[in-house]
Design a protein around this ligand. Structure first.
Ligand code: FAD
Length: 399
């Protein structure tokens, strides 16, 4: 494994640091530090989206001909690690990282010309319509139907847990266009305008009271067949391609920022009393988590080294998903214990960064309980951890 950056990569790292220095405002940093939800609030994400787009860095993996940065995996690693250290927002992935690569890989030239520029400009906001009631891990069993009628499809059914459907003006959906043969073979990938008659969106509140996910209903929704990506029945291939993009990424540096924040909270305690670093049990838990985050970083670099050599990541991408999600959960559990009695107070106002102050006087506390509750979902979304463990077993043991 080669862990050394080349001279060009170090020069790129300097560019990223300069960009963050000039573009990351104190307001954006504060908003990120007070974000308990999976994604940062839409207005904050949109502002960062625009700043990255102006610099040409919004779509790191897209080819340059479509407005992408065409970064190498190492450049992406450098950007992600520097952005996490600086406390920069993440962008919302459904456009740039999910549907964008599918359109580039499987779409027609007309579809590329229509959708890709609007993803970059922020004109379109996308959501992902894969899961349904009863079809999550067993996605191929999905039932939402698209039946041909003239040049259109008529779509009927429902999608569940659709993140940001209440903001999106487009949804990319897996729909059933045939019930013949293997379930996977009857699935197509369809782009649907969320303003079409017959679509309704019902909010689902998370345990913490946040609104990120929804149920979307389709009642005789007319969608042009021209909005299908790839051939009829090719949806499963698009879906698998997209999931590979969804699970990838660099997480250790954001987790290390959480470790550092917890250490600060233990030293500078909410009630200003003796440092909690003197509590051997809390200190040991923090140290053990920090070691796991460091070993996650080494695994990420191992994947990077494989990618740099042109090899697919294999079972490691599932290992990374299991480990970052379980670390996130363990770190937020430790945060609850550090906050102790202060964790009993739940701040209902949202977004947290827009509130004038925390009722207990220390705004760092406001994030802790909702963060703890929201991270329970991390071992479920993007493929549950049980499913990831099945994949690891199959790829490494041939089980
Ligand atoms: C916060 C959040 C955001 C989400 N956002 C989106 C979104 O934007 N778009 C979208 O399409 N979906 C989204 N999802 C849905 C997510 O992808 C599914 O919840 C997930 O795939 C699990 O499916 P399920 O909920 O139907 O659970 P099920 O598949 O019913 O699983 C229930 C339990 O059984 C276990 N299980 C199932 N099959 C097996 C097996 N073969 N072996 C071992 N254990 C198994 C699972 O691990 C789980 O513990 C989101 C989910 C959450 C929680």
């Amino acid at each position: 494994m080669d862990l050394q950056f080349s001279a060009e990569e170090r020069a790129f790292q300097r560019d990223v640091r300069e960009f963050l220095e000039s573009e990351l405002t104190p307001e954006l940093k504060r908003a990120v530090s007070l974000t308990p939800t999976v994604f940062v609030e839409k207005d904050i994400a949109d502002e960062w989206h625009a700043r990255l787009n102006r610099r040409g860095w919004l779509a790191p993996l897209w080819p340059k001909q479509y407005g992408g940065a065409e970064w190498t995996p190492v450049q992406q690693f450098i950007y992600e690690s520097e952005a996490a250290r600086a406390g920069a927002p993440t962008t919302i992935p459904m456009g740039v990282r999910m549907v964008g690569p599918v359109i580039i890989r499987f779409g027609s030239e007309a579809q590329k010309a229509c959708y890709l520029p609007r993803i970059l400009s922020g004109e379109d906001t996308w959501c992902q319509g894969y899961s349904e009631p009863g079809s999550g891990s067993d996605l191929a069993s999905l039932k939402t139907r698209a039946e041909p009628e003239g040049e259109d499809y008529l779509v009927n059914g429902t999608k569940l847990w659709t993140t940001h459907a209440h903001y999106a003006n487009w949804i990319f959906c897996l729909v059933r266009t045939s019930s013949e043969g293997r379930p996977q073979a009857g699935i197509s990938f369809l782009l649907i305008d969320m303003n079409s008659p017959g679509i309704s969106v019902t909010p689902i509140r998370s345990l913490s009271g946040d609104h990120e996910v929804n149920q979307v209903f389709f009642d005789n929704v007319r969608v042009p067949q021209a909005n299908r990506i790839g051939d009829e029945g090719q949806g499963w291939t698009c879906a698998k391609f997209l999931l590979e993009h969804e699970r990838g990424g660099v997480f250790s540096h954001r987790l290390m920022a959480m470790v550092q924040e917890l250490r600060r909270l233990m030293i500078d305690t909410p009630d200003g009393e003796a440092t909690l670093l003197e509590d051997a049990r809390l200190r040991e838990r923090l140290a053990a988590l920090e070691v796991r985050v460091l070993s996650l970083e080494i695994t990420e670099m191992r994947v990077l080294s494989k990618l740099r050599a042109g090899d697919p990541p294999g079972a490691e991408s599932s290992m990374l998903k299991v480990e970052w999600s379980e670390l996130q959960q363990a770190l937020t559990e430790l945060a609850m214990d550090i906050a102790g009695p202060y964790a009993q107070f739940f701040e209902p106002g949202r977004p947290l960064y827009a509130l004038a102050g925390h009722t207990l006087g220390d705004e760092r506390l406001a994030r802790i309980p909702p963060d703890y509750l929201n991270t329970r979902a991390a071992s479920i979304f993007a493929g549950t951890n049980e499913i990831q463990r099945n994949i690891i077993a199959r790829l490494t043991l041939g089980a």
